[in-house]
Design a binder for this molecule. Structure first.
Ligand code: BGC
Length: 769
C-alpha cells in the first residue's frame, strides 16, 4: 500500500513530486469524457517512468493472439484498446535546455485532480542544470460538453532570467501500445497538415481500418493579453507541431492555450474527417478556454447533483467514493450504444479495454441508479446487438440451434480471450447477461424491453445452458462439467454451484419472460418465435425440467453450498495462515499450487448469494460467508465490494468497513500493487454498491424500493442519491435517524428500516433508528 496522495474530499492531491510512483499517479489522475481520455501524464517532455496514454473510445486493433499451445476454438486475435495520438504534448526548451522534471530540480510541486469540476492541474518550480528557474502552472480537461475536445492552459514564468523560450505544442501519432503481443505498431499515417497555429493528423488503424483525426490549435498570451506569434511548422512521420519562439522576461507569465480534438470514423466519414476536425477546432477555439472550463464545471455540477455521495466524518472514505464515481462518469456516459466499459477505462491498456461480465454484474446497477434510464438500456442494447456473434461463438464451440455464448472478453461481439479454462469454461458470464436483463426490468419496470430485445437474448442463453448440461445417471440430476466459476483460482471443475444455479435461474426467468411478453405484446412474440424458430412447448418444458433437476452441490453437515464438487477435499485453512510476504499469491505461488489450494480469488458462492439473496435466508448467507470469506484472498478487484455488502447485511460492520475501504481506495492506495497499469474502473461500480446496497441497505424487489441504512462508526452521516422510476431521492443516515428527501413532484412509497412510508413530492421524512 502507498500513502503519498493527500486526503481531500473533492480532490486527489500529490504534493512533492513522487517520481518513482509517477505511473501510479498518471493512472489515478486520468481524465476522460466517455468519448476519449487519457492518463494524467505531463505535457512537457519527461524522461522518467511514464506511460503516455491517450485513448479513443471504440477504436481497437485485433492484436495477434499469443498462446503456448493452440487449441481449436481459440480466437485469432485479442482486441486491444489503442494508445492513440498524444494530443497533450508541449515541449519547452530554454536556450538549448529542455524542461524535463526527471533531470532538473523540482520544488513546490503539486498535481491535483479536481473531481468536483473535472480538470487536472499542476504547479511546480523547476531549476534547470544551467541554474535557470521557472514556474509552471498547467490545467487541462477533456470536455464533457464538447466530447471530442480537450483543452490545456500551460503557463511559464521565468523566475531568475530573461530568455528566448521555444515552445513546441505537438501531436504525436508515432506511439506504441505498451500492451502489444508482438510489439507491432498499430497505426498508419493517412495525412497531416499544419497551418498558422494549427495542426492536424489523420491516422488509420491497421487491419480494423478505423480513422482518427486529431487536431490542435494554439494561442498565446503574455501578461494576460493575447499576442501574435510566429510559428514554424514541423512535420515528421506521424508527427506535427508548431514551434513558437518567444522572448520571455523574468517574472512575466506566458500562457499557451492548446485546444485539441479527436474525431473517429465511428462517427465521421473518413473522406471528410480532417475537415470535420478543423470545424470542431474552430468551434472550441471560438468558445475559448475559460468558457469551455466554465461549461465543464457546470456539467460536472449537474452530474454530481444526481450522483454525489457525502460522507461526513471520514475524509479517506469520502475521497474514495467520489474518486470511484468520478472515474465511472469519465469512462462511460451511455450516449453511444456501441461503447462499453473496459476494466481500465481510459486509464491504461491492460485487459485490452474490452467488455467483460463486469459490465452486467457490477456496472449496470450503478448507471441504473445514477443516470438516465437510457444509459443502462444502452448497456443492454450493446449485448443485444452482439447476439448474432454470440450465437456464432457458440457454434464455433459445437453448440447449435440458436444457442448463444457471449464472449468473456470482447470489443465487437467476437471472443478475444484465449486461455481455454476461461474462454471455454468461464461460462457464467452468459448468466450475468441474463441477470442484467432481469435487474434492469425489475429496477425500471420497462417490460417492453423484454418484448423488444430481452426475451430473444434470454432464449438464446437458455438454449446454451440446455446443451451445456448433461444428465447424470449416477446422480439422477443434470450436471455441468468442466467449468470455471468466478473464482479463477479453480479451473475445470465439475458442478460449480454458482454456474449451475445461474443456469437453472436463467431458465426459470426465461419461462417467466415468455409469459410476460406473450401477454404484453402477442404480435411481437409471434414474430420472434417465428424468426428464431422457438418451439415454445418443447423448449420451455426442457428448460423447466433442467431448472428443477439441476444438481446443486452442498454440504448438509456444515450447511454450506459447495463452490464445486470436491471442494471439501481440499486442505481448508484461512488466508491468515498464508505466510507473510507471500501475498498476493498470484505474484508468489505457482499456478499449480494456487489451483490445489482452497484460496478463493473473488466471490463465487457468495456472488450467487448476492444476486439471488431473496431466494436464501440470512442464516444461509451467514454460514456461507463465515465459511468462504476467511479463505478469500480478494485478488480480483471485484471481490471486496460483494463481501462488504454482505457483511453490512449480516451486521458485521467492521468487516463491511474494511472491505469498503479496500474497494474504494484500491487505486488511491495501490492495494494490489498494480495501479500503474491503470485504475480498476469496473470494480469502482462495486464501491458504489458497497455504499448504497451495503451501508444504505438499498434493495429493489417486486415490492418496490427499501432501505436499511446505517452509518459506520466514526461517520457523522452518510447521504446518497438515487434515481428510481422518475424520482430523485436522497437518503441521509446519521447514527440516530434516516431522512428521505424526495426531490420529485410525485409522492413515493418506500420502506425504511422495515417501516413503510410515503414521502410527498418536494418534501422529506425522517425515521428514527
Ligand atoms: C476477474 C474477472 C474479471 C476480470 C476483469 C479478473 O481478474 O477474475 O472476474 O472479469 O478480472 O475485471
Amino acid at each position: 500500500m502507498k500513502h503519498y496522495l493527500q486526503h481531500d474530499p473533492w480532490c486527489i492531491v500529490e504534493t512533492d513530486f513522487h517520481r518513482e510512483f509517477n505511473e501510479i499517479t498518471e493512472s489515478v489522475m486520468s481524465l476522460g469524457n466517455g468519448r476519449h481520455g487519457g492518463r494524467g501524464s505531463f505535457e512537457e517532455k519527461f524522461s522518467g517512468k511514464t506511460l503516455q496514454g491517450n485513448y479513443v473510445a471504440g477504436v481497437y486493433y485485433p492484436d495477434k493472439t499469443r498462446v503456448g499451445w493452440w487449441k481449436n476454438g481459440y480466437p485469432e486475435y485479442f482486441a486491444k484498446v489503442l494508445n492513440a495520438a498524444n494530443w497533450i504534448g508541449i515541449d519547452i526548451d530554454i536556450e538549448y535546455e529542455s524542461l524535463d522534471l526527471n533531470t532538473c530540480q523540482v520544488r513546490d510541486f503539486r498535481r491535483v485532480l479536481n473531481m468536483q469540476e473535472g480538470y487536472l492541474e499542476r504547479q511546480f518550480v523547476a531549476t534547470l542544470k544551467s541554474g535557470k528557474s521557472l514556474k509552471v502552472s498547467a490545467k487541462r480537461f477533456c470536455s464533457i460538453v464538447d466530447d471530442e475536445a480537450g483543452a490545456i492552459r500551460y503557463a511559464i514564468t521565468p523566475l531568475n532570467f530573461d530568455a528566448r523560450i521555444t515552445i513546441t505544442p505537438y501531436i504525436d501519432g508515432a506511439i506504441r501500445n505498451r500492451d502489444a503481443n508482438y510489439d507491432e505498431t498499430f497505426w498508419d499515417e493517412v495525412r497531416k497538415e499544419t497551418a498558422y497555429g494549427e495542426a492536424y493528423i489523420e491516422l488509420r488503424t491497421r487491419k480494423t481500418g478505423f480513422h482518427v483525426a486529431t487536431g490542435m490549435c494554439v494561442s498565446v498570451e503574455q501578461d494576460g493579453a493575447k499576442i501574435d506569434y510566429q510559428s514554424q511548422p514541423i512535420k515528421y512521420e506521424k508527427y506535427v507541431a508548431n514551434r513558437i519562439s518567444l522572448d520571455c522576461r523574468q517574472g512575466q507569465e506566458t500562457a499557451i492555450y492548446k485546444y485539441a480534438v479527436n474525431l473517429s470514423s465511428l462517427n465521421y466519414d473518413p473522406d471528410t474527417i480532417i475537415q470535420k476536425a478543423h470545424q470542431s477546432i474552430q468551434h472550441i477555439t471560438r468558445k475559448g478556454f475559460d468558457k469551455m472550463l466554465f461549461e465543464q464545471k457546470q456539467a460536472w455540477a449537474d452530474k454530481w447533483k444526481m450522483a454525489d455521495i457525502v460522507i461526513d466524518g471520514d475524509v479517506a472514505a469520502q475521497q474514495g467514493i467520489r474518486f470511484n464515481i468520478f472515474q465511472l462518469n469519465q469512462t462511460y456516459t451511455g450516449e453511444d450504444e456501441r461503447l462499453n466499459i473496459g476494466p481500465k477505462g481510459f486509464t491504461g491498456e491492460k485487459y485490452g479495454g474490452s467488455t467483460y461480465w463486469d459490465t452486467e454484474a457490477y456496472c449496470l446497477p450503478f448507471y441504473l441508479a445514477t443516470a438516465d434510464q437510457k444509459v443502462a438500456r444502452n448497456l443492454l442494447i450493446y449485448r443485444y446487438k452482439q447476439l448474432g456473434k454470440a450465437i456464432e461463438n457458440a457454434q464455433k464451440l459445437g453448440f447449435r440451434a440458436g444457442a448463444a455464448l457471449y464472449p468473456m472478453v470482447t470489443m465487437n461481439g467476437e471472443e478475444c480471450h484465449n486461455e481455454w479454462e476461461i474462454t471455454f469454461e468461464e461460462i457464467h458470464r452468459n448468466g450475468a447477461i441474463a441477470y442484467a436483463i432481469y435487474n434492469y426490468v425489475r429496477y425500471t419496470g420497462d417490460e417492453q424491453y423484454l418484448a423488444n430485445y430481452g426475451l430473444e437474448v434470454l432464449i438464446a442463453i437458455s438454449r446454451f445452458w440446455t446443451q451445456r448440461v448433461n444428465w447424470s445417471e449416477a446422480k439422477e440430476q443434470y450436471v455441468m462439467l468442466g467449468v470455471t466459476g468466478p473464482n479463477e483460482y479453480e479451473n475445470n471443475v465439475n458442478n460449480n454451484w454458482y454456474t449451475n444455479y445461474l443456469a437453472a435461474w436463467t431458465r426459470r426467468y426465461t419461462i417467466e419472460a415468455v409469459a410476460t411478453v406473450k401477454a404484453l405484446a402477442p404480435d411481437k412474440y409471434a414474430d420472434l418465435i417465428d424468426r428464431i424458430h422457438f418451439r415454445e412447448e418443447k423448449e420451455l418444458a426442457t428448460a423447466g425440467q433442467i431448472a428443477e433437476k439441476m444438481f446443486l452441490p452442498q454440504d448438509e453437515k456444515r450447511g454450506v453450498l459447495l463452490q464445486q464438487e470436491g471442494f471439501l477435499d481440499k486442505d481448508l485453512m484461512p488466508v491468515s495462515d498464508i505466510p507473510k510476504g507471500q501475498r498476493p499469491i498470484n505474484q508468489h505461488w505457482s499456478w499449480d499450487r494456487i489451483l490445489r489450494s482452497c484460496f478463493i480469488k473473488q466471490a463465487d458462492v457468495l456472488q450467487g448469494l448476492y444476486f439471488f439473496e431473496d431466494e436464501f435466508d440470512t442464516e444461509t448467507l451467514k454460514r456461507n460467508f463465515d465459511f468462504y470469506e476467511p479463505m478469500t484472498v480478494h485478488e480480483s478487484s471485484l471481490s471486496p465490494c460483494v463481501h462488504s455488502i454482505q457483511a453490512s447485511k449480516l451486521g458485521m460492520v467492521d468487516k463491511a468497513y474494511e472491505m469498503y475501504l479496500r474497494t474504494a481506495r484500491l487505486d488511491l492506495d495501490d492495494y494490489n500493487n498494480d495501479t500503474e497499469d491503470g485504475c480498476h474502473i469496473t470494480s469502482m461500480a462495486g464501491t458504489w454498491l458497497a455504499v448504497v446496497q451495503g451501508f444504505g441497505g438499498m434493495r429493489v424487489t417486486e415490492e418496490g424500493l427499501s432501505f436499511r441504512p446505517y452509518c459506520p462508526a466514526g461517520w457523522q452521516s452518510l447521504a446518497f442519491k438515487i434515481r428510481y422510476r422518475g424520482a430523485l431521492l436522497q437518503i441521509t443516515t446519521t447514527q440516530q435517524d434516516v431522512t428521505v428527501q424526495n426531490f420529485s413532484d410525485a409522492p413515493i412509497t418506500l420502506s425504511v428500516l422495515g417501516q413503510t412510508i410515503t414521502v410527498a413530492g418536494e418534501s422529506r421524512q425522517t425515521v428514527g433508528i
